[in-house]
Write a new protein. Structure first.
Length: 74
């Protein structure tokens, strides 16, 4: 039985069960750009999804993250 998805050795990932509300994100990008994203994530020791989560935090025009408490009160 496989209990969780395998990841590359040394790559930071979430604890099991933390991404239960996660949805799949699909897009098409040039191969060179995909390779750059993967290389940048790998250089920081992150999975690609964690790298993208950190990247959005740097964008001043991106909407603020929804806090867990406000999600529960809705």
């Amino acid at each position: 039985m496989i209990s969780r998805m395998a990841s590359a050795p040394g790559v930071a990932t979430r604890s099991y069960g933390q991404a239960r509300d996660a949805v799949q994100l699909q897009t098409r990008v040039p191969l060179e750009l995909k390779e750059r994203y993967h290389a940048a994530a790998r250089a920081r020791g992150l999975s690609l999804s964690l790298y993208l989560e950190e990247l959005i935090k740097l964008d001043p025009l991106a909407p603020a993250a929804v806090k867990e408490a406000s999600r529960l009160s809705a």
